[in-house]
Design a protein. Sequence first.
Length: 320
Amino acid sequence: MTNTTSLLTPIPIDPLQGQPIMKAALCLRVKIRTLNIERTVRDAAYQVDGTDKEMTRLVKDIVDRKDLRYIQRNNSRIDATLNRLALPAPFQRGWWLIPRELVTEVVKELDRLIGERLKLVEELKINYLKICESARERLGPIWRASDYPSLEALDAIFSIQYRFMSFAVPGTLADISTDILAKEQQKAYAEAQSALAEIMVGFRSGMLDLIVRTTEALKPGKDGKAKGFHESTVANLLTFLRLFEAKNSVVQDPELPRLAEAARKLLSGGNAASVTASLKQNASLRDQVRTGLQGIGDELTKLTITKPSINLQFLGDLEA
């Protein structure tokens, strides 16, 4: 079976927990492993005459990419789910900032997607020998048995692990030195402040992007007729609004709640499917919503500043 892990690190009492990002959010580390199917062909016969071997290389795929497409789609769905539920944060790849209020939803979604992945890996294992044999026929003389992991190794190769961690400074530092503890607390506070500033910018930018996309979809075409737009356009904005309070409990943006509520009122009337149907059928409603969203977008544009460049490398130290 594919290995999955879900751990919640206990949070020690810390005077810095008054800081929203440290009190209202957890770090999530997700490790998604997959098979690297590219190999360099080292056979001398496949070197091009007249070229420097140090500057050229021939790369082969050891299996057809189509054979792994469903697992790759599962990877993409995991990324999309975390992008939707997490806050925009200056973390290294594979790290996510999750509001505490959304931890249960994140775990539920991850476990669902991991369950789907388990089934896909089992299907791959059933067909693995046929896939390898097909590759042998297609690659001919550059096929190498050593390129292929064993059937038993596939579970580990396609494994997923995830783990929640806190921002808190380890309380055990107090047993070593109160001065060191105080210094580490100040470092954590400064990094949290810097991160929170960028997260707020990303939060505003994300809302603006969704507002602009929806507004553009509602504009008439060059012929004056309504443009076709997808339900997903409305669904993405409604999802953002549904998650807004949970995310803003971390960000505590003073400006966005009013704009989020205004957007909710414009798109009230049911789920994404019913709202989309109403907008497509009612030209007057479509114009009203577009005008309202345009006004919200104008205000958001004034609030959005250039995103600073920062990368919280310290999070890499949280992993045991």
